[in-house]
Structure formats: structure tokens, C-alpha cells
Write a protein that binds this ligand. Structure first.
Ligand code: HEC
Length: 102
């Protein structure tokens, strides 16, 4: 009985850890909300991994990129059009894109 209770407690703790990891999961958010444009370059979106396309944007600084992603920029909709995303999710997705594109 004690073992069962311990494993239930462990399972609950693991559940918490997993839930915590989903906030700010840059790749997950990118795949869900950003890849639709940034994978293929829809509407001239700078493509993930295209260093030439990202160089000048990265040079503007992370804060500027966060603001563009959160508030939108021309054909780029605020939060990629997914307003249910938290600011932290969007910023993590920017970090993910930048890490793959420089
Ligand atoms: C509907 C298509 C679309 C979606 C979805 C989209 N983007 Fe974009 N994104 C664009 C386009 C187009 C640009 C280029 C805007 C420009 O420079 O005129 C852009 C530019 C950017 C830039 C560069 C901004 C700058 O200041 O140079 C960042 C960062 C960015 N997107 C992040 C994201 C993130 C993060 C997501 C997902 C949460 C996302 N985008 C989803 C179309 C999209």
C-alpha cells in the first residue's frame, strides 16, 4: 500500500514537472504557431535557418524581435495570430528561431 501511494505521489510530481516544461517551450510553440509561415517563407516571412534573412533582424536585438513577435510587424500577425499564447511562449519561440538561424 505504501508503495502504491509513493508511486502515485511520484506520478503527480512528474505530471507537474511536465506541465511546467510546456510554458516557454520554444520549439513546441514554433511548430504549433509559427512554422506555418516561417518554415516555407509564406508572405515573405524570414525562414527558420535562413541566416542571411535573419542577420539584419537579429542585429536589431532580441527585445525588438520580441516586440515584433508580440505586437506584429506588417504581414506578421501579433503572436503569429495565436492570441492564446503567453508572452513567454512567444518569446521562447523567438529564441528558438534565432538559435536555429544564426
Ligand atoms: C501569418 C504568417 C506568420 C506567422 C503565423 C508568424 N509569422 Fe513571424 N513573420 C511573418 C512575416 C511576413 C514576417 C516579416 C515581417 C516584415 O519584416 O515585414 C515575420 C517576421 C518575424 C520576426 C522578425 C521581426 C523583426 O523585427 O524583424 C520574428 C521574430 C517573428 N516573425 C517571429 C514569429 C513567431 C515567434 C511566430 C509564432 C508565434 C511567428 N513569427 C508567426 C509572418 C508570420
Amino acid at each position: 500500500m505504501k508503495t502504491l501511494r509513493t508511486s502515485l505521489l511520484l506520478a503527480a510530481m512528474l505530471g507537474l514537472v511536465t506541465a511546467g516544461a510546456s510554458a516557454g517551450d520554444g520549439k513546441g510553440t514554433y511548430d504549433k504557431a509559427c512554422a506555418v509561415c516561417h518554415a516555407a517563407g509564406v508572405a515573405n516571412a524570414p525562414k527558420l535557418g535562413d541566416q542571411a534573412a535573419w542577420k539584419d533582424r537579429i542585429a536589431k536585438g532580441k527585445e525588438t524581435l520580441y516586440t515584433s513577435a508580440l505586437k506584429g510587424l506588417n504581414a506578421m500577425p501579433p503572436k503569429g495570430g495565436n492570441m492564446s499564447l503567453s508572452d513567454a511562449d512567444v518569446e521562447a519561440a523567438v529564441d528558438y528561431i534565432v538559435s536555429k538561424s544564426q
